[in-house]
Write a protein that binds this ligand. Structure first.
Ligand code: SF4
Length: 214
């Protein structure tokens, strides 16, 4: 990973990657989706949010996390004095699976290089996964009920699992938990900035899936 990427290079590389994603045909999802949803936000963001896959509204608009869940995410960002333009948000797979089914392992593997490159370009301090599925991509054995709101030190960033906003819309208790976890995000970024948390623990057993991303 190149730690010396300049912001203007990050912007250029991310745009180039988005155009590669838009023309990608590496798995069958591009045949059934309306369009690709590469990602949205700032190329130099401290926080990167990662969900599972585009849904109906994302597929229609080409932007991740729109619709009711996206509105809740915007509300949560506002609570920590951030907006979409300050963070980066994407999904594990970039085309919508038919009928919102879970992506298959083959589809995830085909799409994996794009997410890996996005992380390498942006170099976020914190990756906040949204929902169980995105969390298990990085931490295969983790349970969302136990791991939400618990920071995990990865080699180059801190992973911070959160409940999915759509789950929060269905359940008031989950919504309260998501809000409380979300409010801790600025504190975690500050801890990384100050060196209190150092994202370099190569021996963390949770890094198993990260190895796949290299
Ligand atoms: S989901 Fe990913 S791998 Fe599959 S076609 Fe879309 S961009 Fe390519």
């Amino acid at each position: 990973m190149n730690k010396d990427l300049k912001p203007k290079d990050k912007k250029k590389f991310l745009e180039k990657l988005a155009s590669e994603i838009k023309s990608c045909q590496k798995c069958g999802l591009c045949k059934t989706a309306t369009q690709a949803v590469p990602g949205d936000g700032h190329y130099n963001a401290d926080i990167m949010f990662i969900g599972e896959a585009p849904g109906f509204y994302e597929d229609r608009d080409g932007i991740p996390f729109v619709g009711r869940a996206g509105k809740l995410l915007d509300f949560l960002l506002h609570q920590i004095n951030l907006a979409r333009k300050d963070i980066y948000i994407t999904n594990i797979v970039k085309h919508r699976p038919p009928e919102n089914r879970d992506p298959t392992e083959a589809e995830i593997l085909a799409c994996q290089p794009f997410l890996k490159k996005q992380i390498e370009i942006i170099q976020p301090k914190v990756i906040a996964t949204l929902g169980r599925y995105a969390m298990n991509y990085f931490l295969p054995n983790a349970k969302i009920s136990a791991s939400h709101g618990v920071e995990v030190i990865m080699p180059n960033y801190v992973l911070y699992p959160l409940y999915h906003p759509a789950a929060a819309l269905r359940n008031g208790t989950v919504k309260k938990t998501l809000i409380l976890d979300f409010l801790r995000l600025p504190e975690i970024v500050k801890k990384v900035e100050s060196g209190e948390i150092e994202a370099k623990d190569q021996n963390n057993e949770n890094n198993a899936q990260y190895e796949l991303l290299k």
